[in-house]
Design a protein around this ligand. Structure first.
Ligand SMILES: [Zn+2]
Length: 116
């Protein structure tokens, strides 16, 4: 057995981070955060690796997610992109979903609020 082989998940995130379009989002007083835009091919790789087991409809509606400190965004996502980035940054800061009218409300209806 080759002990140099790292877990599949580690290899995949390495590929994604190397190939994706790295951007910086300035989140006001919270500071600057990196996020990664994934083209369709990378997005398919990310989804099949990290969203395995999610219902198909949910995967189809997902346009971004946080993986530890990394924010991965589907490049073709356009509508509400800034809110989506903020929402995912919120996850990297340890925020979970809430029913309150904040950016962390998982419903798109409430993402017109900018506060975490
Ligand atoms: Zn979320």
């Amino acid at each position: 057995m080759n002990s140099d082989i790292s877990p599949i998940g580690t290899d995949v995130i390495t590929v994604i981070l190397k190939s994706a379009d790295k951007r910086v989002y300035s989140f006001g007083e919270l500071g600057d955060f990196d996020y990664y835009l994934l083209d369709d091919e990378l997005w398919a790789l990310a989804v099949s690796t990290y969203l395995r087991g999610y219902p198909r409809w949910r995967v189809r509606l997902t346009r971004g997610f946080a993986l530890g400190d990394y924010v991965l965004i589907k490049q073709s996502a356009r509508t509400g992109l800034e809110k989506l980035i903020k929402h995912e940054i919120g996850h990297t800061l340890g925020k979970g979903h809430t029913l309150l009218p904040t950016i962390m409300n998982p419903s798109w209806l409430f993402r017109w609020f900018d506060r975490l």
